[in-house]
Design a protein around this ligand. Structure first.
Ligand code: ARG
Length: 573
């Protein structure tokens, strides 16, 4: 059981015995100033206000009541009624044995909707955030024991595909191979757009193909499938490079819901949620009314009969509730789609597609900016392909690795450069508060100092090298812990917070809290390592063993934490 949890329940019991109502919680927190203790219980002040009594007196009563035997070394009341708790070193050591145990949580079925690029074009930097934030959260929830269902809601349908398959047909008729024609999707898209704009016959064919495709024409479907296959293959390559756990089995694209769309619209009309407006079918939502009180419109079918992005999202949500039996649905989509998500959520609830017990959550994020403070672009103002960005990351990392360490062989350099370069790009994003925009900056993300992936990866290799020097296996290392020095204690207390942080991330889906935690942990490790020598002849064997154990725990938690973020570690760099 976690240390904080134990402390919390001891205080709750004491407060209950004093007839303090249960809405007054102990408010336990790690102490900001270690010289005053390790943990603080700040709940006495709130409870005293509630009971209209003196807070210091109440704090004293709580202290007299609470059973902290075997746990606390010392307690004291400070200021208006803070309770400072200094823990017993033996107790900390004892708890630490379980710091890598997973917390027990009630397992939920969680759909994580992330990445979801549109297949008409190649993945660009705009897809990075959804892909890596969503993946980190999926990993975290899985680690906690939830049943995670990854859903890659790829955009593989819509009017642009008429134009694209018309272009593909044209190029194939000129003897081109599909793979070759589509080797650069960006170029292919530009070519088809050029034909579409310049050649009225081509444009007519393209428009006719949209209709044919939607009515299931075999030739159009075949061309479309060829296009989709190549595009999906591009994306799979990116996921692999990014160490993102999305594979073919997670793809449930927009087209998968085609057959449900008519039924959804009819159902919404029948339930009087959608009405006809200028020939289109529209859901008007009063709960999302604008400043003037005008209800928010969501079109579910165009006047020409076509369905929309929103219709597909309603169908997807219904499927997730009915078929996947989901408890929680998490969407990792750009903040600009906030209104769309609100409309989809509100309509699904009103239409009873999802019950109130299902949690629907849009976890929005800001934009990746260039150093000029504008959305990140190439020097000529084009969109940056994700594939190119990742190549550059690895190249830059390789240069750094070569400068730093000359003992590595070529194979090692290649592997390390990949892990450092990709890790740096991912970490720079994950460590920023998700909802904010952030500035993409090669130099700061690849720095070996500060809150960066290379710094954490380096801290991990430092620990590894201690074991290498001692000629001991880090994995499965087990020794008795003796906590005596302040630096040992600070490190141990940090290690004990791991599961609390994981719980928090699983709830609010802000991966930067895990990043901050890992950074603080590494810094405390470095301080410990400076002050508490390990492999020195004048260090008693049991102290050496205990310190190695602290090292081993630190390495395991760093490794696990980075793994949950989708970032790889290495034994040397
Ligand atoms: N394909 C969409 C886009 O690129 C994102 C889809 C997100 N998921 C969803 N269920 N709407 O904007």
């Amino acid at each position: 059981m976690s240390l904080k949890y134990t402390l919390n329940s001891r205080f709750k019991t004491a407060m209950q015995a004093l007839n303090i109502p249960s809405e007054c919680t102990p408010l336990l927190n790690i102490s900001g100033k270690p010289q005053f203790g390790d943990y603080q219980a700040n709940g006495a002040m709130g409870a005293a206000k509630y009971l209209k009594t003196n807070p210091r007196d109440l704090a004293q009563k709580i202290l007299d009541q609470v059973d902290l035997s075997g746990i606390a070394e010392k307690t004291e009341i400070a200021g208006p009624g803070f309770i400072n708790i200094t823990l017993k070193n033996d107790y900390i050591a004892d708890c630490l044995k379980d710091c890598l145990d997973k917390p027990t949580v009630q397992s939920n079925i969680v759909v994580v909707d992330y990445s979801a690029p549109n297949l008409a074009k190649e993945m660009h930097v705009g897809h990075l955030r959804s892909t890596i934030i969503g993946d980190a959260i999926a990993r975290t929830l899985e680690y906690q024991g939830h049943q995670v269902i990854r859903q890659n809601h790829m955009g593989d349908w819509g009017t642009q595909f008429g134009m694209l398959i018309a272009e593909l047909e044209l190029q194939l008729s000129q003897g081109e191979q599909a793979e070759l024609a589509l080797s650069d999707l960006e170029v292919f898209y530009q070519q088809s757009k050029k034909h579409f704009d310049a050649d009225p016959d081509f444009a007519d064919t393209a428009r006719a193909y949209v209709v044919k495709l939607q009515s299931g024409d075999a030739n159009c479907l075949k061309l479309w499938q060829q296009f989709i296959d190549v595009s999906v293959a591009h994306n799979s390559e990116i996921y692999k490079q990014l160490n993102v756990g999305l594979t073919a089995e997670h793809i449930k694209p927009e087209s998968a819901y085609n057959d449900d769309l008519q039924m959804i619209v009819e159902d919404l009309i029948q339930k009087q949620l959608a009405i006809e407006s200028d020939g289109a079918k529209v859901v008007f939502l009063n709960e999302l009314a604008d400043k003037n009180g005008d209800p928010s419109p969501m079109i579910v079918q165009k006047s020409g009969g076509g369905f929309l992005y929103a219709t597909t999202d309603l169908a997807a949500l219904k499927y997730r509730a009915d078929t996947l039996n989901v408890d929680r649905v998490l969407y990792f989509i750009d903040a600009r789609q906030s209104l769309h998500m609100k409309q989809v959520f509100a309509t699904s609830r009103k239409a009873n597609y999802v019950s109130d017990s299902v949690s629907l959550e849009h976890h929005a994020f800001g934009t990746m900016m260039g150093s000029d403070g504008k959305p990140f672009k190439t020097r000529t103002g084009g969109t940056v392909k994700l594939a190119d960005l990742l190549v550059e990351a690895v190249e830059r990392a390789e240069k750094l690795v070569r400068e730093k360490n000359s003992d590595l062989n070529e194979e090692e350099i290649t592997t390390i450069a990949r892990k450092v370069g990709i890790g740096a790009v991912k970490y720079a994003d994950l460590s920023k508060t998700r909802t904010n925009d952030y500035i993409f900056d090669w130099n700061s993300m690849l720095s070996f100092e500060g809150n960066t992936a290379p710094y954490l990866q380096y801290a991990y290799t430092r620990i590894y090298s201690i074991f290498r020097k001692a000629d001991i296996q880090l994995e499965d290392f087990s020794a008795k812990l003796i906590i005596a020095q302040t630096q040992e204690k600070q490190l141990a207390l940090k290690l004990l917070q791991f599961n609390e942080v994981i719980n928090q991330v699983a709830i609010d889906c802000y991966p930067h809290s895990l990043c901050n935690y890992l950074y603080e942990l590494s810094s405390l490790f470095m301080t410990f390592y400076e002050h508490c020598p390990i492999l020195k002849s004048d260090i008693a064997p049991e102290i050496e063993q205990s310190r190695l154990q602290l090292c081993a725990y630190s390495a395991s938690i760093l490794d696990k934490g980075l793994d949950l973020l989708g970032i790889e570690t290495m034994e040397k760099m």
